[in-house]
Design a binder for this molecule. Sequence first.
Ligand code: NAP
Length: 265
Amino acid sequence: MNIAVITGASSGMGKEFTTRLITENDARIGAPYDEIWIIARSEDKLISLQKALSPERIRVIPLDLTAPESLSSVSELLSKEKPDIRLLINCAGMGRNGAFSEQSVSDTHNAIALNCDALSSLTNICLPYMTGHKGPNGRSATVINIASSAGFLPQPDFAVYAATKSYVISFSRALSAELKGKGIAVTCICPGPVDTGFIKASKNDPNATFTGIKGKFVTSVDKLIPASLKAAKKGRTMYVHGFSQKLLHVASKILPTSWILFFEK
Ligand SMILES: NC(=O)c1ccc[n+]([C@@H]2O[C@H](COP(=O)([O-])OP(=O)(O)OC[C@H]3O[C@@H](n4cnc5c(N)ncnc54)[C@H](OP(=O)(O)O)[C@@H]3O)[C@@H](O)[C@H]2O)c1
């Protein structure tokens, strides 16, 4: 059985990835898939998506990825079904906005557990099931990790989140180099602000929107997800979405960090 696995599929980018992979048959990486396994905590949202798209080909796996037993249950499921994983999209992520000193220990723990630990552990668990198929260009499978332009540089008032996304960038680059010989491509996606539920969750406010300079560069999943899939299909290791974020990426490499922190303030 050929499958794609997508975390964070109950909303935002993960939902859009799932929708596109089901509806755009010819554009899919590693297609055909017999099933797409979708993971998030909100079982009701996952079931609605399954019903709307393909009850036969979408498998709902409701899990809190910060709980260690969730990863064991994925591991057990894989060892029982022994699928050929052609695509893994690590999309689930969270971050708390605001001064670090005002954040709870559990907020800090959850961001690191989800953005770093679950992302790398799930990749670890999936890799043994990713080498069965040789597609075009000798590629057997693809891993897409969703990082953020927040990972390019430290961000006061988003300190833990930005650090976790630096981890995702560094991890993805190293993994990409390690897996090249095995025909597994790794693409790290770095968007700037995107119009999803993310900002509302990170500010714990259902009416929150991006403000200030970030508010000027908000993009939509309609633009981001097709461009991300295209970059992954080409086997690109890094994809920075949008001109403003590309500029920020270059600035983060050439300007002293103290200057950037000064401007951020
Ligand atoms: N939106 C932005 O501005 C932006 C910019 C750059 C990067 N990103 C990154 O893009 C990714 C997708 O975010 P998004 O913008 O699509 O935000 P979103 O709409 O809030 O989606 C986050 C997804 O993660 C899932 N999730 C959260 N906690 C989880 C947990 N403990 N276990 C399992 N799943 C969990 C959520 O589902 P449940 O709540 O149902 O569990 C949801 O499906 C994240 O990694 C985020 O850091 C976002």
